[in-house]
Design a protein. Structure first.
Length: 271
């Protein structure tokens, strides 16, 4: 095989490319790996300093990156991020939508405003980003869209993480399939990654923010035991899936949902 980088000379835009707190998140890992494999990366995040932190890590390894602040629930902010990437790099070849928020657990923990916010971020943000970047991909005759869904869209969750989150990530999968079919004949591929239990600062903080340290440690350890592999996934597991779906050589995978969960969705639910 050739030693050429897997996304050489491609321009990537990663929404949700920062990480909350210390450590590594899925978006940061994906941004770093795309840069290591030859892409120029526009890192967009709700908080500019998070995007800047990812860019600094890319630049420390010799890559090229720009940071953009973007609330994906705001179409104008998404448009500004796409325009910044286009101006800096001359197009967007790879779009990664790594966005996701949840609401309370169970039917009665949701209000209509919670539901609307989750769908505005998790679904409408993906739609807006695609609507604005696909024309650039069509102009170039090449495009890779990688949307981050969730295994919560694929199996019952007993109210966890939330009705709105699970439903929205199911919508992301169907949206991705629609994109895949509409633009298949024009050089654009659209696929999903569906993470299972991934050990990220965001996931850990979600437990620690609402329970005692001892209970949070117990839940986090149980997540590892629940996986057939005996461990939670790492952000690098998700980043490698993103890279696979984004790379130059992967041209006949389209409309797929790549499950990255250690086999958890194949097991009997633990309730």
């Amino acid at each position: 095989m050739s030693g050429e980088p897997r996304v050489a000379n491609r321009n990537a835009l990663v929404f949700g490319g920062g990480v909350a707190g210390d450590g590594m998140g899925n978006g940061k890992a994906a941004s770093l790996l795309l840069a290591r494999e030859g892409a120029q990366v526009a890192v967009a995040d709700l908080l500019l300093e998070r995007a800047q932190d990812t860019c600094a890590a890319i630049e420390a390894e010799g890559g090229r990156a720009i940071a953009v602040a973007a609330d994906v629930s705001d179409p104008a902010a998404v448009a500004a991020a796409v325009a910044a990437a286009d101006a800096a790099f001359g197009g967007v070849d790879i779009l990664v939508n790594n966005v996701g928020v949840g609401a309370g657990s169970g039917l009665f923990a949701h209000e209509e405003a919670d539901w609307d916010r989750v769908f505005a971020v998790n679904v409408r943000g993906v739609f807006t980003a695609a609507r604005l970047t696909v024309p650039l991909m069509l102009k170039a005759g090449y495009g890779r869209i990688v949307n981050i869904a969730s295994t919560a869209a694929l199996r019952t969750t007993n109210g966890m993480p939330s009705y709105a989150y699970a439903a929205s990530k199911g919508a992301v999968i169907q949206l991705t399939r629609s994109l895949a079919i509409e633009f298949a004949g024009r050089g654009v591929r659209a696929n999903c990654v569906a993470p299972g239990m991934i050990d990220t600062p965001h996931a850990a903080s979600a437990f620690r923010s609402r329970m005692s340290p001892e209970e949070a440690d117990r839940i986090i350890a149980a997540r590892s035991r629940t996986s057939p592999t005996g461990r939670q996934g790492s952000p690098w597991d998700i980043a490698n899936a993103v890279l696979f779906l984004a790379e130059n050589a992967v041209d006949y995978v389209n409309g797929a949902t790549l499950v990255v969960d250690g086999g958890f969705t194949l097991t009997t639910p633990p309730w």
